[in-house]
Design a binder for this molecule. Structure first.
Ligand code: URA
Length: 443
């Protein structure tokens, strides 16, 4: 791999206030204005309060496709670009690369079984992941529950692991789209995260800079997702697919339901355990369905159309790659996982059919129990989280366990239970029509 580093913008300079006024008045920014803005903010020549005002103007007034594309290109140019075109198997054969990005949800552990599953078919998966912030969990936090596993790899280690194992899940280095790191932290504290141009450029700048050949986006829709409604999710997906294709990355998106958690666990160690069940050929049907479908899409996007990922989960091939992938990063795939010191069971209040189990409420409860962090520097509890005993559509009886709350710090139970106060609906009337898990495909 030959990383290159961002170069400074060398065109004409502008006045930040003029740029803010242009967007405030619904104008269109030029290529030079956008390149200058991203460069000047990254290097401290635009103040946080000015960038916050500009972000708010973009949230309220939008950007056209051309502006979003230039904004994304400027963020990519702020840092390193990785290049996997020289990747070879140990026998010297060229390797294609494919990746998946999820916009984040509750119980979304899909990356864990998915990366080794795709690698079974000879396509390399370089998954540069992040830690969780807020109610959605982070892939690295989950994997760090495995004793010995380490998230930080050098570029050389990453390349070697991709060549020898075929899959790597590791922390994105500081050099990848540094403009986005600064911008995202500012958006987080200024109420400007939920702007489609800013989300699309943030995600795609990192994915394009990462250098993958093909990309599948899992755009979540529902209470536990950024996008609560299908129309917004569709627009975000279409914008990201267009950005990917323009950059030469074969990109497709699935819109998937996030109104209820994926699988039966939301936390760190317990999500790893559930992923291992899937890799052993079992596990919850929704996790299996989404893992297999995303694997098919990732392989097809990389040009492999005759693979059977469902069979590779059943016959242990994906598990073999998982074990090698974990061991290559210092983890012990056979080690016992950390267990929370204090469990508390929540029981069904009535007989009937569980018709609603709200994803956001479960995500917030898991976060408050210690599975997530409120600030970047907080530590997470490996064993904390929520284990579900029933999912929408299941018949429950009064007094049966509905879920178990897990934490090392029992003083957290009250706030977790408060988050769950409206999470569950049990109906005596019978089951409602079940929601589809995969809602749409956008290519
Ligand atoms: N994830 C990102 O990386 N960026 C956003 O803006 C939102 C989600």
């Amino acid at each position: 791999m030959s990383p290159s580093f961002g170069s400074r913008y060398a065109g004409p300079a502008f006045d930040a206030v003029d740029i803010i006024r242009t967007k405030r008045d619904r104008g269109t920014l030029s290529a030079d204005q956008i390149a200058w803005t991203i460069d000047a903010y990254t290097y401290g020549d635009i103040a946080d309060e000015q960038m916050a005002a500009l972000n708010m103007a973009i949230l309220l007034n939008g950007m056209n496709r051309g502006e979003i594309s230039l904004w994304t290109a400027a963020m990519i140019a702020s840092g390193e670009r990785m290049d996997f075109s020289g990747l070879r198997t140990p026998a010297g054969a060229p390797m294609r690369t494919t990746d998946k990005h999820s916009t984040g949800g509750v119980g979304d552990k899909i990356t864990l079984p998915l990366a080794p599953l795709v690698a079974v078919f000879g396509v390399a998966v370089p998954q540069l992941s992040g830690r969780g912030l807020g109610h959605t969990g982070g892939t690295l936090d989950k994997l760090e529950a495995i004793p010995g596993w380490r998230a930080n790899l050098s570029n050389a280690e990453m390349m070697r692991q991709l060549s020898e194992v075929g899959a790597v899940i590791c922390a994105a280095g500081d050099g990848l789209a540094p403009a986005d790191k600064k911008l995202y932290a500012l958006r987080d504290v200024t109420g400007t995260v939920e702007a489609i141009p800013l989300i699309a450029s943030s995600i795609m700048s990192k994915k394009i800079a990462e250098g993958t050949g093909a990309l599948v986006l899992d755009v979540k829709v529902g209470s536990g997702a950024f996008m609560k409604d299908v129309g917004m999710a569709r627009e975000l997906a279409q914008t990201m697919v267009a950005l990917g294709k323009d950059a030469g990355v074969n990109t497709v998106a699935l819109l998937t339901d996030m109104s209820t958690p994926l699988g039966l666990t939301a936390g760190n160690a317990i999500e790893v355990e559930e992923s291992v069940e899937v890799l052993a050929g079992g596990g919850p049907s929704d996790v299996v369905e989404l893992t297999v479908r995303l694997a098919e899409e990732m392989l097809a996007a990389a040009g492999v159309h005759d693979a059977n990922p469902a069979a590779a989960l059943k016959d242990g091939r994906a598990m073999d790659v998982w074990r090698r992938m974990i061991a290559a990063q210092g983890g012990d795939p056979d080690a016992a996982m950390p267990v929370a010191r204090e469990p508390e069971v929540i029981y069904a209040p009535a007989d009937g059919v569980l018709t609603e189990l709200d994803a956001l409420s479960v995500g917030v409860a898991a976060w408050r129990l210690g599975a997530g962090r409120a600030r970047k520097e907080d530590a997470v509890q490996a064993g904390a989280g929520v284990r579900l005993h029933a999912k929408p559509g299941d018949v429950v009886r009064a007094g049966e366990p509905l879920m178990t709350l897990l934490t090392d710090t029992p003083e957290k139970f009250d706030r977790a239970k408060a988050a769950l106060a409206q999470a569950v609906t049990i109906s005596a009337e019978g089951a409602p029509a079940m929601r589809d898990l995969i809602l749409e495909r956008i290519a």
